[in-house]
Design a protein. Sequence first.
Length: 261
Amino acid sequence: MLVGVDEELLPIGQFARLGRLSVKQLRHYDELGLLRPARVDAVTGYRYYRASQARVALSIALLRSLDVPLAVVGEVLSGGAGALEGVREDLEAELARRRRTLASLERVMAQGLPSVPVRVVEEPARRVAVARERAAGPEDVGRAASAALSRLLGPAGPVRLIGLFPVDLGEVFEVEAVRVLGDGEGGGGAPVRVLPGGRFACATHVGPYDQMSLTAHAVLAWCGERRCEVRGPIREVYVSDPAVTSPDHLVTHVMICLEES
């Protein structure tokens, strides 16, 4: 050990082994202020740590193994109350997404690639009330659609709701929901516009909303085989009321515009 260095201090390599971290990680955590060395040699720049700091190092390693972001690790180490709640919610959302993906995979394994009957239908233009929600990636579509649709529900009575989704989903995009309005009906505070009519390729999806992509795939494949130019967005016309219909029996029409009227 170097002359003048406190015998209680450990060089970074030895401390790294004690704290189950790499030297590179320790240097990074020093830069972030998560785990400062007890002493840095002014001449050589060598870092030295106390053995008592091993608990902090091991805590960081544990939290990172649990996929806790470094910013939240800092909050936990500083005793921030509820710092891990957001991480827990994110993990639950990811777990739910994985379960939906697994369910879709199991359906493909059981039934093969989706091949549902596709028909061409004529749709009139309709006055609609509109709600928008930004989605942070394809995995956020369900939340964004639910948020937009919920803002269009009235206090009572049946309503006709339609979801509008981009054909190509980027990192951030807008999801729209619309409520079809009756003659003379206002938007109830929501913007009102005319939803164009036209000719649409249409397939009926029966089952959970989170498996809708399988039916959308079938409609897109039908359009591709016939060299039809896809005019987005993809429409989901919700026929069933999810409040009184089980997920396996929900009926939704998936529609892609072929030609606007």
